[in-house]
Design a protein around this ligand. Sequence first.
Ligand SMILES: NC(=O)c1ccc[n+]([C@@H]2O[C@H](COP(=O)([O-])OP(=O)(O)OC[C@H]3O[C@@H](n4cnc5c(N)ncnc54)[C@H](O)[C@@H]3O)[C@@H](O)[C@H]2O)c1
Ligand SMILES: O=C(O)[C@@H]1CCCCN1
Length: 312
Amino acid sequence: MLSHWRSSSTYEVEGLLHYKDLIPRLEVALGKFSKMDSAEVIQPVRTTVPLQKYNGFLGLMPAYLVHEDILCTKLVCFYKRESGSTLPSTQATVLLFDPEYGNVKAVMDGEVITAKRTAAVSAISAKLLMPAKSEVLTILGAGHQALSHYNVFTETFSFKEVRVWSRRKEMAERFAQSTQGHVTVWESVEEAVNGADVIVTVTGASEPVLFGQWVKPGAHVAAVGACRPDWRELDDVLMRQAEVYVDSREGAIAESGDIILSGAKVFAELGEVLNGTRPALREKTTVFKSLGMGIQDAVSAKLVFEQWKSKH
Ligand SMILES: NC(=O)c1ccc[n+]([C@@H]2O[C@H](COP(=O)([O-])OP(=O)(O)OC[C@H]3O[C@@H](n4cnc5c(N)ncnc54)[C@H](O)[C@@H]3O)[C@@H](O)[C@H]2O)c1
Ligand SMILES: O=C(O)[C@@H]1CCCCN1
């Protein structure tokens, strides 16, 4: 049984979860979810307990994939941190159950799972929706998600140029150094996204940082931050001019400030595109609004557990 904690388990999970295994399983799970058949997938919208005093929330994210027999929940705390804070913004633990007996089979660190499965789903969105000839990738934000997105996007696609912007330039510089200089640092969001084919927003912002007037027509935006109904990363212009895709419609209309406050219509779930029931409008400007789903943690946890068992 995996029952280690924090740093050692982060390290352990890191070595057991690989994008090449994760991406196909996430595609299958997203497709099943979008069939809206409770005989296949049961995943309520995440329950959130606001921690106003600390500018954060506790999220409970249970899911059951019936045929795969994966019963799982993630417990995640997320905080909006002041610039310069050294406290972590996300801490998470994933519990994998034996669905027949109800016992917990494994307790694993959820930070790597959260980082990798979120980035992998953004990569799936880009595979489906980015312009056919995409050369420039811009990442807004320079934290954990920025790194996992950089890793999976450069592993999966061949961009000629990767740019980063962060609200603190030194963090963007540190990020660029960690990639051995394969990323260029930009002073302003407007300059960083100028001409970009793919833009990943992975900030802790609660007000828009990316404005539609700066985005090249036809570009694809994977919008990963702003996970509360009153938080924004994207402005109304972008939300209204783009075709909006989501991971879960139900989650998006309950939790996404970018969707709720702009009044933008959701065009499709990624799973609907994967199932062939809604089109991938690659030639249009597209936004994939990611909120994160329990099924994504569940398939990741199963993979980690399988890999761990094969080594013990
Ligand atoms: N969609 C999902 O499934 C999912 C999963 C995990 C995290 N997230 C979200 O992704 C975002 C990034 O998470 P992370 O783990 O990389 O966090 P992190 O704390 O490691 O990094 C956050 C980055 O955002 C920047 N930032 C913070 N506040 C900002 C502001 N007001 N304006 C501009 N930049 C700001 C920070 O400087 C840092 O570069 C968060 O909003 C988090 O809620 C989404
Ligand atoms: O789906 C998730 O895991 C994250 C947790 C933090 C806030 C946003 N969503």
